[in-house]
Design a protein around this ligand. Structure first.
Ligand SMILES: [Cu+2]
Length: 177
């Protein structure tokens, strides 16, 4: 009896994960890991990263500040994390009073300035957290730039209640991307 129940639960969790992956990854190939960056960028960094932890299979949002001290704009093309099976770049846009999210393949980080990834704007969408990931944990995120370089940062995992403003992952009605 107990065995049967456990097996049934296992199957349900698997189906939920699959459903989530289908719902978000329009193209499965998009989630494929990029090549490891050849070298760390000398000019592009990230700081103040945090993740709003939403119980899987719902995606969690990640927010940070990207800095670019270089003379040329940098182009962010992807992100990965050892703690998540899939990380995507997302943008929330507002039209007709409705906010919606879409995957973006490139994000420009202006030279000499930077870009804030925040609720209601650009953000990370993280799926398939490692088992046991919880509030207070640190998560490393590795970013890839169009020039083949990369940079990494550490994100603090926070409660879903942190900054529950518009445009984040997890609020009712915002699960559809
Ligand atoms: Cu999103």
């Amino acid at each position: 009896m107990k065995k049967t129940l456990t097996r049934t639960l296992g199957i349900s969790a698997g189906l939920l994960l699959a459903a989530s992956a289908w719902g978000h990854g329009q193209q499965p190939a998009h989630g494929a890991p990029a090549a490891t960056p050849a070298k760390t960028s000398a000019t592009v960094t990230a700081s103040d990263c945090w993740i709003r932890l939403i119980p899987a299979p719902a995606p969690s949002g990640g927010f940070f500040v990207a800095h670019n001290t270089g003379a040329e704009d940098a182009v962010l093309t992807g992100a990965h994390s050892p703690d998540y099976g899939m990380v995507m770049l997302h943008e929330t846009t507002e039209s007709g009073g409705m906010s919606k999210m879409a995957m973006v393949h490139q994000v420009n980080i202006p030279a000499g300035k930077g870009l804030v990834f925040k609720p209601g704007s650009y953000h990370l969408m993280l799926e398939q957290p490692r088992e046991g990931l919880k509030v207070g944990d640190s998560v490393r995120v590795d970013f890839t730039l169009a020039n083949g370089e990369g940079f990494s940062t550490t994100c603090e995992v926070k409660s879903p209640k942190a900054m529950s403003g518009a445009g984040g992952h997890g609020a009712a009605g915002q699960m559809k991307h």
